[in-house]
Each structure stands twice: as structure tokens, then as C-alpha cells.
Design a protein around this ligand. Structure first.
Ligand SMILES: Nc1ncnc2c1ncn2[C@@H]1O[C@H](COP(=O)(O)OP(=O)(O)OP(=O)(O)O)[C@@H](O)[C@H]1O
Ligand SMILES: O=C(O)c1ccc[n+]([C@@H]2O[C@H](COP(=O)([O-])O)[C@@H](O)[C@H]2O)c1
Length: 189
């Protein structure tokens, strides 16, 4: 059986916090690959500021130097809210030879009770939680905890810094930074 980690997210934009947790879980659990899965419509928050195609391109740019990081556009192929249970059902049917590990930051761990069909979902996929500043990393749901750095960074912080004309150069992988600058993403409020 292959063992694959999934990092689902809005990635609006992808930042070093995403790469750090993906790499920490990859190494801690000795996984074969990490699949980055951008959501079409986030189930629990406002729609993304930039298009799905743009977020997909930014993820491809972010992971280009890491052979075991892949992007999977499965959620962009269906409309409506991108519920994780639907994604896991399809992935498991497509790949019966793979065990999936769904990676979430502590903010999403806190939010787990509100996930769509959570009681069924926790039986269907193994969740992996990593710390995130200002959130509690504890849950009554079955969860593997992986030690990570806990970087105080979010896509929201990056969007706000762009709006406020503050530096973002080292908060993003270089190709993502270049793409944001070239295409003037997130500049209009
Ligand atoms: N700095 C971080 N530390 C730990 N986990 C993180 C960090 N940034 C993102 N994550 C996790 O990565 C996944 C995808 O996050 P997402 O793409 O929504 O980024 P975000 O920075 O939380 O975005 P936004 O600020 O727009 O809400 C979530 O499980 C989230 O908890
Ligand atoms: O399925 C749900 O109900 C659900 C609720 C909250 C978050 N998720 C998933 O968790 C991942 C991280 O969410 P987000 O909004 O922080 O990008 C992403 O893949 C979401 O689709 C899923």
C-alpha cells in the first residue's frame, strides 16, 4: 500500500506555512508523497480572491522543486462546496491501493465538529493535526499529532500585507512571489 498525505486548502495564495507543514508530516510519517488539493469552493469561509486556475498555477509554482509534492485538481472538477468527504470517497474509489492521511492545521482541528458528515469522515480517512499559533491542538476525534514549527502566517496575512504595501518577499516560495508581482494579484482591495 502506498501512503499519501493530502493537504487540502484554499491556497489564496500558497505560502511557506503550507510547505512547512507538508514537509514535516511527510518526514514524520515517512509518506510516499503529499498531494496538494485546492478547493473549488471552501466549505466554511468566503470564496477565494483569485480564480481556481490561478491558485492551481501558484501551487504548481510553489512545489516545483520538491519531487514528492504533487498537485491534484480533483476538487476543481466538480461544482459546489468542496466537501472533504466527497473528495475522499472519490480518491479511495480511484486508488484502492493507497492509504490517505488528511493534514490539517490546528484551526481546522478546532473546527472539525462542524465538518460535513464528520462522524463518517473520521472513519474514512486518518486526520493528521499540526500546531498553528493561537489555536488549540486537541480533539476528541481520532487524530495523529505531528510536531511542526508553528509558523504564524496565513494567506490572509499575505493578502493584507500586499494591500498595505508591506514586504512579502520571504513569506512565499520565490516563484509564487514572482507570479503575484507579475500579475499584480491581491493588489486591489
Ligand atoms: N501557518 C500555518 N500553520 C499550520 N497550518 C497551516 C498554516 N497555514 C495554513 N495551514 C493549514 O493549511 C490548510 C490550508 O489552509 P488555507 O489554504 O486555508 O490557508 P490559510 O493561511 O489558513 O488561509 P486564509 O488566511 O485565507 O484563511 C489548513 O488545514 C490550515 O490549517
Ligand atoms: O468538508 C468539510 O466540511 C470541510 C470543512 C472545513 C474545511 N474542509 C477542508 O479542509 C481544508 C482546509 O480548509 P481551508 O478552508 O482552511 O482551506 C480544505 O481542503 C477544505 O475543503 C472541509
Amino acid at each position: 500500500m502506498k501512503r499519501i498525505g493530502i493537504l487540502g486548502g484554499t491556497f489564496d495564495p500558497p505560502h511557506i506555512g503550507h510547505l512547512v507543514i507538508a514537509d514535516d508530516v511527510y518526514h514524520a510519517l515517512n509518506l510516499d508523497e503529499i498531494w496538494f488539493i485546492p478547493s473549488q469552493v471552501p466549505p466554511h469561509k468566503q470564496a477565494a480572491r483569485v480564480s481556481a486556475a490561478e491558485r492551481l498555477s501558484m501551487i504548481e509554482a510553489a512545489i516545483q522543486d520538491t519531487s514528492y509534492f504533487k498537485v491534484n485538481p480533483i476538487e476543481l472538477e466538480r461544482s459546489g462546496k468542496s466537501y472533504t468527504i466527497d473528495t475522499i470517497d472519490v480518491l479511495k474509489a480511484m486508488h484502492p491501493d493507497i492509504t490517505f492521511y488528511f493534514i490539517i492545521g490546528a484551526d481546522m482541528v478546532e473546527y472539525l465538529p462542524h465538518w460535513h458528515q464528520i462522524d463518517q469522515l473520521v472513519k474514512s480517512v486518518q486526520f493528521v493535526g499540526v500546531k498553528r499559533p493561537e489555536y488549540q491542538l486537541q480533539s476528541t476525534y481520532p487524530l495523529i499529532f505531528v510536531e511542526s514549527v508553528g509558523i504564524d502566517l496565513s494567506s490572509t496575512i499575505i493578502r493584507e500585507r500586499i494591500r498595505d504595501d508591506k514586504p512579502i518577499r520571504y513569506l512565499l516560495p520565490t516563484p509564487v512571489y514572482q507570479r503575484i508581482k507579475e500579475r499584480q494579484l491581491y493588489e486591489k482591495t
